[in-house]
Design a binder for this molecule. Structure first.
Ligand SMILES: [Zn+2]
Ligand SMILES: [Zn+2]
Length: 343
C-alpha cells in the first residue's frame, strides 16, 4: 500500500511553493515597471527610451471611446459588453427528487476601440479581454420566467425537466471607469500610442491601483509560502507515520516468525518425524527456509485458518481470533473474521 496521503500533501506543497514564487516574481516585476504619471509624457518617454527593448509601463485614467456601445438592458454606455443567457430548470434525478440546474444558452461579447484618458492625453488599450485582473461590472440581471401551460407542463414532466426561466446578464466595462493598465507601450506610424500585451511580462487591466496590485501579489506570495510549509510538514508527518507502521509491522512479523519456528521445532509433530526419517539436511532445512510453519502465532498449537478483514492477514486460528480486537501483525482493527478451509 503506497502512502498516497503523504505523497499528495508533498506534491500540493510543491505546487503552492511554485505559485508563491511566481506571485513574488510578478510583484517584483510590477515594482520595476515605469510609472507614467501623466499620459502626455508617454510619447516623449517612448521617443527617448531604447527602441530595442519593449517599454513596459503602468498608466491610469478613465475609460473612454469615440464609439461607445449603448447597452440594451442597463442603459449604460460601455466599451466591452458581455451578454449571457442561462436556462434555469429543475431536473428529476434518480433518487426521485427535483434538483435545480442551469445551462449556458448564449454568450456574446462586443468590444469597440477604447482608450484611457487622464485629462492630458489619451492612450488606446488593445486586447484587454485577455488581461489579468479585468472584472466587468454587472449592468443588469433579469430573470424571465417561462410561461406555464398545461401541455408544456406535462411535456416537461415526461422529459424529467421543469423549465423555470432564463436569466439574462449584461456585464459592462462602462465609460468613465477609472482603471490601471500595465502593458507594453507602442507607437504606430501615425503617432497613435497604444498599450498591448507584452511578448513576455505582465499585462494587467484592473480597477486597483498599481500599489494595491503589488501589495495583493505580495500577500498571496506570503500566503502560498505559509500554506506550502504547512502542507510539507503534514505530508512528511504522514510519510513518517506510514514508514514507522511499516517498520513495526515487519519487526512484529520477524519476531512472530522466530517464535513460530521455535515452537515448530520443539513440537513432536508428524512433519518433523517424517522428514527426520528421510534425511536431515535436504528437505528439512529447505522447508524451514521456504515458509513459516502453518501455526497460529498466538497459541502456537493449532494451524492458522482465519483471515482478518480489512487488513487481510492470516496468522491465527479461529479460537484465538475470537479473542482479538486488533490484528497482531499490523494492529489494524478487525472488523470481520473469515474462516478458511483447505482441501
Ligand atoms: Zn491459536
Ligand atoms: Zn493485519
Amino acid at each position: 500500500m503506497a502512502p498516497w496521503g503523504g505523497l499528495t500533501c508533498c506534491l500540493g506543497a510543491a505546487a503552492l511553493y511554485l505559485l508563491g514564487r511566481s506571485s513574488g516574481r510578478d510583484a517584483q516585476i510590477l515594482k520595476s515597471v515605469t510609472r507614467v504619471n501623466q499620459l502626455k509624457d508617454l510619447a516623449q518617454l517612448l521617443d527617448t527610451a531604447s527602441k530595442v527593448l519593449p517599454l513596459v509601463v503602468t498608466i491610469t485614467g478613465r475609460v473612454g471611446s469615440n464609439t461607445p456601445i449603448n447597452c440594451e438592458h442597463s442603459g449604460l454606455r460601455g466599451v466591452i459588453v458581455e451578454e449571457t443567457a442561462e436556462q434555469h430548470f429543475l431536473k428529476h434525478n434518480d433518487a426521485g427528487s427535483w434538483i435545480q440546474d442551469s445551462a449556458l444558452m448564449l454568450s456574446m461579447c462586443k468590444e469597440v476601440p477604447w482608450y484611457l484618458d487622464d485629462g492630458t492625453a489619451h492612450v488606446y488599450v488593445v486586447g484587454a479581454r485577455g488581461a489579468t485582473g479585468l472584472v466587468l461590472t454587472i449592468g443588469s440581471e433579469v430573470f424571465e420566467e417561462s410561461g406555464r401551460s398545461l401541455v408544456r407542463g406535462t411535456l416537461d414532466y415526461l422529459q424529467g425537466l421543469k423549465m423555470l426561466g432564463v436569466k439574462r446578464t449584461e456585464r459592462v466595462l462602462a465609460t468613465g471607469t477609472p482603471l490601471t493598465v500595465v502593458g507594453e507601450a507602442v507607437k504606430d506610424d501615425v503617432g497613435t500610442i497604444r498599450i498591448q500585451r507584452p511578448h513576455k511580462g505582465p499585462f494587467y487591466v484592473s480597477h486597483k491601483t498599481i500599489d494595491q496590485l503589488i501589495a495583493n501579489l505580495g500577500k498571496w506570495a506570503r500566503w502560498y509560502k505559509v500554506a506550502s510549509v504547512g502542507f510539507t510538514v503534514f505530508g512528511v508527518y504522514l510519510l513518517a507515520k506510514h514508514a514507522f507502521h511499516y517498520i513495526m509491522e515487519r519487526r512484529r512479523y520477524w519476531e512472530m516468525r522466530k517464535r513460530v519456528l521455535a515452537a515448530a521445532a520443539k513440537r513432536p509433530g508428524q512433519d518433523s518425524e517424517g522428514s527426520d526419517d528421510k534425511g536431515e539436511n535436504g528437505s528439512d532445512s529447505t522447508k524451514k527456509d521456504r515458509l513459516m510453519p502453518d501455526l497460529c502465532v498466538i497459541c502456537l498449537e493449532q494451524e492458522y485458518n482465519s483471515v482478518f478483514v480489512p487488513c487481510g492477514h492470516m496468522c491465527c486460528c479461529t479460537a484465538c481470533s475470537l479473542h482479538l480486537t486488533n490484528c497482531p501483525l499490523c494492529r489494524r482493527r478487525i472488523e470481520q473474521l473469515v474462516r478458511t478451509f483447505r482441501h
